[in-house]
Design a binder for this molecule. Structure first.
Ligand SMILES: [Ca+2]
Ligand SMILES: [Ca+2]
Ligand SMILES: [Ca+2]
Ligand SMILES: [Ca+2]
Length: 437
């Protein structure tokens, strides 16, 4: 499915805002609460993306009472664009030209045949919108001397496990499937391109600046970079590349949710989501909860807006974080201080290095990139190692190990240290055979 064409419908920048939507109100309430609870005045750098959605589309879930989607379409003059899966009660509907998503959703709210309805929100890689770019492309691979490796104590971790038997699904811009460092990780694992609906999630430049920010293919290489970080932490783990973001880093929640469900059904032990938005999608949250219930740890980026506003899906309900199997990851620099761009707050679970991270990049090389998207796969790799060592642990217990072994950041970052979750991940310590809580 090509959402890019929908951007074009509405102009150069092209993404519409749902200004009056209730999530904005919820965000403001949370911001005010955060101000009081956390004493923070630095929330104002809110990212783009509040209420961004695909025009003329809504997601509906039917009540389980024999409701027919044809009846729903008759009421709203809509058409079924896609059913979530063959036996699903969830549909992506197209609204007639000239219709207003908000007006339709207001009507749907009181429609007793529907369990819920929501816009098809647009999520994006936190490094989009011209904020952070990859640099320093060459054939130089990352090494065990990199600050991330020593900070996370990968030497100790690798003496216990390399991640054999674990599978990490990377839902991103795709990947270079034949990158020499990643070929082995992808071998024998399913893959899929949910953007183009084909079986080849290879990253390719398309040479277009769809969001009109002056750069073509802003996020080309993102998925390959993220996959390389998983490989760096858990070199024997398998990686399932699922393309859900276009080359500019955008994807819609219907597509991302389908990929989460696919990863869940096809043997992933960990799902890495280096993406998100300011809007909470009930569908995406439902699929993530389902995956966790099936034993999958879901690890998601906290976002790059230097904000305490919750970033979804990482933030779950937007409430206080806990060891629940959904891990919200923010970023610290080599001095164990919050990265300047990194989000923070009570909804964050843990921090990992995210500044100047060297990893795989197409074609056949390596590059640096910074962002919470880079911090996130370190923790996905950690979850893969914990899974490999303690196979019987449920996702909440895996996250429990990640959180309780983390190093507090109060001394290195007195300003933000208390708002970076349990602290900085310590992968070596997380594999130690002791119980912690
Ligand atoms: Ca490898
Ligand atoms: Ca493709
Ligand atoms: Ca662009
Ligand atoms: Ca959590």
């Amino acid at each position: 499915m090509h959402y890019l064409k929908y951007y074009r419908e509405v102009g150069a920048v092209g993404r519409r805002r749902l200004q009056q939507h209730r999530t904005v109100t919820a965000a403001l309430v949370f911001a005010l609460c955060s101000l009081f609870l956390l004493g923070s005045y630095d929330y104002a750098g809110a990212d783009t993306g509040v209420g961004d959605f695909v025009p003329h589309q809504v997601i509906v879930r039917l009540q389980p009472t024999g409701v027919s989607i044809d009846d729903i379409n008759a009421t709203y003059d809509s058409t079924t664009l896609q059913r979530f899966s063959d036996d699903s009660d969830i549909y992506l509907l197209g609204l007639p030209t000239g219709s207003d998503v908000q007006v339709t959703l207001d009507q749907m709210t009181s429609d007793e045949r529907l369990l819920y309805s929501e816009p098809n929100y647009i999520a994006e890689s936190p490094e989009g919108d011209a904020r952070h770019r990859a640099w320093g492309f060459s054939s130089d691979a990352p090494s065990s001397q990199d600050y991330s490796a020593t900070m996370l104590d990968l030497a100790t971790a690798h003496s216990m496990s390399l991640g054999e038997g674990a599978t990490v699904a990377v839902l991103d811009t795709g990947a270079q499937l034949d990158h020499p460092a990643l070929q082995d990780n992808f071998e024998g694992v399913k893959h899929y391109d949910f953007v183009s609906d084909d079986n080849n999630p290879t990253e390719r430049r398309v040479g277009l600046d769809e969001d009109g920010d002056g750069t073509k293919d802003d996020l080309y290489g993102h998925g390959t970079h993220v996959a390389g970080i998983v490989d760096f932490v858990a070199p024997s783990a398998k990686i399932m590349p699922l393309r859900v973001l276009d080359t500019e880093g955008y994807g819609d929640v219907f597509t991302i949710s389908r990929a989460v469900s696919y990863a869940d059904r096809n043997g992933a032990n960990v799902i890495n989501l280096s993406l998100g938005s300011r809007s909470r999608s009930r569908l995406l949250q439902q699929m993530i909860k389902g995956a966790i219930a099936d034993g999958v740890v879901v690890v998601a980026a906290a976002g790059n807006s230097n904000s305490s506003l919750p970033h979804y899906p990482a933030a779950g309900n937007g409430a206080m974080s806990s060891a629940d199997g959904l891990v919200a990851v923010t970023s610290v620099n080599m001095y164990s201080k919050k990265s300047g761009y990194a989000n923070y707050g009570a909804w964050v679970d843990v921090a990992a290095p995210g500044d100047d991270i060297r990893s795989t990049f197409p074609v056949d090389g390596y590059a640096y990139w910074s962002g919470t998207s880079m911090a996130t796969p370190f923790v996905s790799g950690e979850a893969a190692l914990v899974h490999a060592v303690y196979g019987s642990l449920d996702p909440a217990s895996v996250e429990g190990k990640i959180r309780c072994s983390a190093q507090p950041l109060l001394l290195t970052d007195p300003i933000y240290g208390a708002m970076l979750g349990a602290g900085r991940a310590d992968i070596g310590a997380s594999l130690a055979p002791r119980l912690c809580s």
